[in-house]
Design a protein around this ligand. Sequence first.
Ligand SMILES: Cc1cc2nc3c(=O)[nH]c(=O)nc-3n(C[C@H](O)[C@H](O)[C@H](O)COP(=O)(O)OP(=O)(O)OC[C@H]3O[C@@H](n4cnc5c(N)ncnc54)[C@H](O)[C@@H]3O)c2cc1C
Length: 432
Amino acid sequence: MRKKKPSYVRRLLGSLSPSEQIEKIVEQGMCIGCGACQSIAGSEYIEMQLVNGSDLVAVPKKELSSSTVDQILSVCPGTKVEGLPEPLVEKDSTYDEVWGIWRQMTMAHAQDESTRHRGSTGGLLTALALFLLEAKSVNFILHARASSTHPAFGEATISRTSDEVKLAAGSRYGPTPTLIDIVHILEQCERTKETFALIGTPCDITTMRNLAQIDSRVDRFCRYQLTMVCGGFMDTAGLRNVLDQKGVDIDKIHKMRYRGFGCPGPARIEMEDGIVHEIDYLDFWGEDDSAWNLPHRCKICPDGIGDSADIAAADSWDGGAPSRLSLSDDPGSNSTIIRTLKGEELFKAAVKAGYICQEGSLIPRDMDRFQPHQVRKKGAVWARFVGMRSANSVVPDVRGLRLKPLARRNPIKLNLQEARGAKKRVKEKGCK
Ligand SMILES: Cc1cc2nc3c(=O)[nH]c(=O)nc-3n(C[C@H](O)[C@H](O)[C@H](O)COP(=O)(O)OP(=O)(O)OC[C@H]3O[C@@H](n4cnc5c(N)ncnc54)[C@H](O)[C@@H]3O)c2cc1C
């Protein structure tokens, strides 16, 4: 049999020692901080650490073995991103070049008003988690809540009760290592035969789908993989900048909620001295999202739309942002992409059981209206990767994400601009 040619990333990293390979992924801005590599290698070998007081990234502590790094490269969303696994694509599923494989697109929200209010958008993900637990379809939910040590971050949490699920509602727009304990969780499931659902960012789902290819426990014990459409999080330098301008000292924050309690709800920042700041969404992120300071990996993300999740939940503002008028009275509804049969069955059962209220159905072009930034990014990433490769930068191996056909829709001039821009950024700014 002919030997398979190593992928671009493998060739690029191949001459480095195992630990240097991890360092290179981080140095080149491809570590999103999901924590899976710490879980695979063990915290004595790799630890998620705050670097420059800002990014939460993987730091090798001892020389790693090549077999460990080989596993990490097969799993890391900075080195490998794929679309929905083939066995999950049904014959009667629909395909859209931008939005991928889908079975249903619909508007929906949590039926329970307090869940809807508490959730980031319409509380859909929280309602699904509540249904899964209360119907005893899974034993626990692995997701993220506000960090107990870094108020602006998220931290992985396991919810076994409805109260715990509700407490974790709301989007965490800071670094969030949801998978920092994933191997340990799978080991425990193997012993106890417990099952769970994962709610995480598209990068978390990518990591889990990648892990499933080398660890059969993922598919045995993780019954559902639910995500949010994700434009990226705010790095700490960016958040410091935004808060400085509002006169809020990031180092004196006691508790922070980015959104929720209304759609989108104000960012609520409780200070150590008890003072509370509330900043509405548009003031926080800027009318045109100009305050977002994305990590490099988010700027070149090939999958912000949860291509490989069972269900992806999103906002539903025309044009991609709320209007000032809607800020105070939007009860919140999720645009929802249901991609798998399992996701469809879960959604239907949750509607039937009264956890979710389904509204009108959507088509991909509605999603384009709600998510113009996702459409732009998905169309730009192929050219950005070309530029990055020409600068010898780490670029994830991608499959099943339609990047090339989407780039072909662009005028050549735009692709050239994207490629040159990405190359220049990588060379001049070192992936910042
Ligand atoms: C970083 C980020 C970027 C986003 N960008 C977009 C975008 O570009 N377009 C768009 O339409 N929507 C975006 N969203 C999604 C949006 O904010 C809502 O999360 C989504 O609509 C689901 O709303 P919900 O009311 O159903 O969620 P909720 O009912 O509030 O449930 C949210 C669930 O997600 C989990 N969670 C929250 N934050 C994280 C995190 N960082 N990592 C892992 N799990 C987490 C929580 O534990 C909870 O279970 C983003 C969310 C995040 C976290």
